[in-house]
Structure formats: structure tokens, C-alpha cells
Design a protein around this ligand. Structure first.
Ligand code: UT7
Length: 320
């Protein structure tokens, strides 16, 4: 059987970490104790003005290619998960393709907000298993700082900018064992950016709006459900999962999900404390960190999952 296997990971965080105290010093009515207690976030990275998702994604992609020992020309599929694309069009995937110097690969964006990486990984896996494509770059890249209302302390302290990437390759060796994706558009109202570009103007509100408590409850329920779903598809017990990498949005959601799945804290990868919620970049950022520091080893089972606006959620169980 043909698998899609991760052969390289990479990530990139722009600039210096910005602490909770730095935000308070910039005039936001908040404090370190509130943010750490409610979210676990200590620092985030904010891209300089003019730095775009494609620039962050490019570096993450280059690092993943380097780990894989591959060149840009070896790639025949590029999928970028982002809700903060450089332009309305062309896609951020095409921009990264151009910057990498790849010509001819299929390239497109996936818009599934914080579940974007799980969606993009599932799509790329299906392309590879079908035999139509052999090597894919799957990238999550975001500059959420651009869509934050810095006068809304309930949201602006939660998010950050960054990018993560993996290279997937067709392989006889096990790789991605199961994926799942779901959405419930009736939940549109609890997390969205309602503005539209029309007639040369932004019509409506161009900033991220969120009902935090509604998101919290929804997230914990479906993150546990979808983790069980991919384990069941693959015939793997949750007790056999070596590493859980939930969407890095909030330590309390991460801990509640781990608890529901009876996956103890030592088997859960957490990086939200250092980069906040980077939406589609959060899961590949956490994955890359744990691969590079040696926690995730070849042959281990890793369960990734994302959730966000839509509402949309997705997961993948893989043998690394
Ligand atoms: O990809 C999905 C992304 N979204 C999430 O993961 C968010 C999920 N939700 C959450 O994590 C939590 O709901 C939050 C962390 C966003 C908020 O925590 P909460 O316990 O639900 O707080 P709250 O919104 O009910 O606010 C409690 C208090 C309020 O003050 P009063 O009305 O009780 O006086 C807020 O004004 O905390 C206040 N508050 C803050 N205080 C200091 C809200 N934001 C801040 C802040 N600093 N940054």
C-alpha cells in the first residue's frame, strides 16, 4: 500500500518574542497574570509591517525541504493553509511557489482557518495516495496580527504570526494512517472576520471577532470526538498514540482535550506559550519543534488536530 509520509518539517517565527508585559506596556489594558492563567500564552511573534504570510511560509518551506534533502523542483504539489493571504488572489501557494523557484507544481490555498493545516494535510495525503502526485509541500502560514483589533483585549492578546511546513512523499513505509475533516457552518457567528472588500473599500468590520466561551466549549467537544474518529479509522487505541498535537490556541483547551482522551500531559506537545494562537501555522510549528528537539521519533504515532472559524475541524493520525 502507498502512504504519504512526512520526510521533512520546518517552521519560522518572525522577529523577537513579544511578552504579555510588552503588550501591557504598549497600552493594552491587560496583564501577564490574566493571559497566562486563562490561556497559557507568555509570548507571541508579530511580523514587521509589510511582512506577509508568503514570506513566513517560504522560510518554513525551505527548512522543511532542507530536512528532507530535497530541492524545490522535486515538489509537484503545494498547498498553503492560510486565512491571512498576501492578496485576494493569486493564492499564497502560487506566491511561495514563485519565490521557491518551482515551476509546474499544482499550487492552491485552503481556507479552513485554524483547522487549515489538518485540512491541507488530508487533501495532500489523498493526492499522494491516488498516485497523481508524489511530493507535496503542505504549509500553514499566517499574519493574524493584521486582522486583530488592538483595542479589543479579549482577542488581541491571543494571536500571533508564524508559519510551519511539512514535505510529504509517496512511500511504501507507513505515514499518514487516517485523516478526518468536518465543518458546521451554522456556527459562523462565534468566530469570524465579517468585513468584505468591495468596490475598492472594506465593507463591514475587518477585524477578528470571537465569542470566546462558545468557542471554548465547542472546541473541547469536537477535538476529542475527531481524535477518537481518526484512531478508530486506523484501528489504533488512543492509549497507543505517542504524541498528541492539538491546535495551539489555549492551554486550557489543550489540557481539557488531553484529559477527555486520557492522554497524559507528558504525551501532549505544547508550544502555545511561546507563539500564541497562530491559526493554521500552530500545528506544524509545534510538530517541527518536537521533531527537531528529538521528542518525536521515527515509528511513533502522532495525532494532529485543528479547529477554528467556520466552524471547521480536522485531524490526522500518522506514523512518523
Ligand atoms: O482557534 C480558536 C481560537 N479561540 C480560542 O481558543 C478561544 C477560546 N476561548 C478562550 O480561550 C477564553 O474564552 C478566553 C481566554 C478568550 C477568555 O476567557 P474567559 O474566561 O472566557 O473570559 P471572559 O471573556 O469571560 O472575560 C472575563 C473577564 C472580563 O472582565 P469582567 O467582565 O469579568 O470584569 C473581561 O473583560 O476578563 C476580562 N478580560 C481581560 N482582562 C485582562 C478579557 N480579556 C482580558 C485581557 N486582560 N486580555
Amino acid at each position: 500500500m502507498m502512504f504519504a509520509r512526512i520526510v521533512g518539517t520546518g517552521s519560522y517565527l518572525p522577529g523577537n518574542p513579544v511578552s504579555n508585559n510588552d503588550l501591557a506596556a504598549r497600552g493594552i489594558d491587560t496583564n501577564d497574570e490574566w493571559i497566562v492563567t486563562r490561556t497559557g500564552i507568555r509570548t507571541r511573534h508579530l511580523a514587521e509591517a509589510g511582512v506577509t504570510s508568503s514570506e513566513l511560509g517560504l522560510v518554513a518551506a525551505q527548512r522543511a525541504l532542507e530536512m528532507a534533502g530535497l530541492q524545490a523542483a522535486d515538489i509537484d504539489l503545494i498547498i498553503v493553509a492560510t486565512s491571512t493571504p498576501d492578496f485576494i488572489f493569486p493564492s499564497t501557494a502560487c506566491l511561495i511557489q514563485g519565490k521557491l523557484g518551482n515551476k509546474g507544481a499544482a499550487a492552491f490555498d485552503v481556507q479552513a482557518v485554524c483547522s487549515g493545516f489538518a485540512y491541507a494535510l488530508g487533501i495532500a495525503e489523498k493526492f499522494i495516495r491516488s498516485g497523481s502526485h508524489r511530493r507535496a509541500l503542505v504549509i500553514g502560514a499566517e499574519v493574524f496580527s493584521r486582522i486583530l483589533d488592538w483595542s479589543d483585549r479579549g482577542t488581541c492578546v491571543l494571536f500571533g504570526d508564524g508559519a510551519g511546513a511539512v514535505v510529504l512523499e509517496a512511500s511504501e513505509k507507513p505515514g499518514i494512517l487516517a485523516t478526518a475533516m468536518h465543518a458546521d457552518g451554522s456556527q459562523f457567528g462565534i468566530l469570524n472576520v465579517p468585513g468584505q472588500v468591495s468596490g475598492g473599500q472594506v465593507i463591514g468590520d475587518p477585524f477578528l471577532r470571537m465569542d470566546g466561551q462558545a468557542v471554548f466549549k465547542f472546541a473541547v467537544r469536537v477535538l476529542a470526538e475527531i481524535a477518537e474518529e481518526v484512531c478508530s479509522i486506523a484501528g489504533v487505541a488512543t492509549s497507543e498514540v505517542d504524541w498528541l498535537i492539538p491546535h495551539q490556541a489555549n492551554i486550557r483547551i489543550i489540557e481539557a482535550t488531553g484529559k477527555k482522551l486520557a492522554i497524559e500531559r507528558e504525551r501532549v506537545i505544547v508550544s502555545v506559550d511561546r507563539h500564541g494562537n497562530t491559526s493554521a501555522a500552530s500545528v506544524p510549528l509545534a510538530l517541527d519543534e518536537a521533531v527537531r528537539d528529538g521528542r518525536i521519533q521515527r515509528g511513533q504515532k502522532v495525532l494532529l488536530e485543528g479547529i477554528g472559524g467556520g466552524f471547521a475541524w480536522g485531524a490526522a493520525l500518522l506514523e512518523f
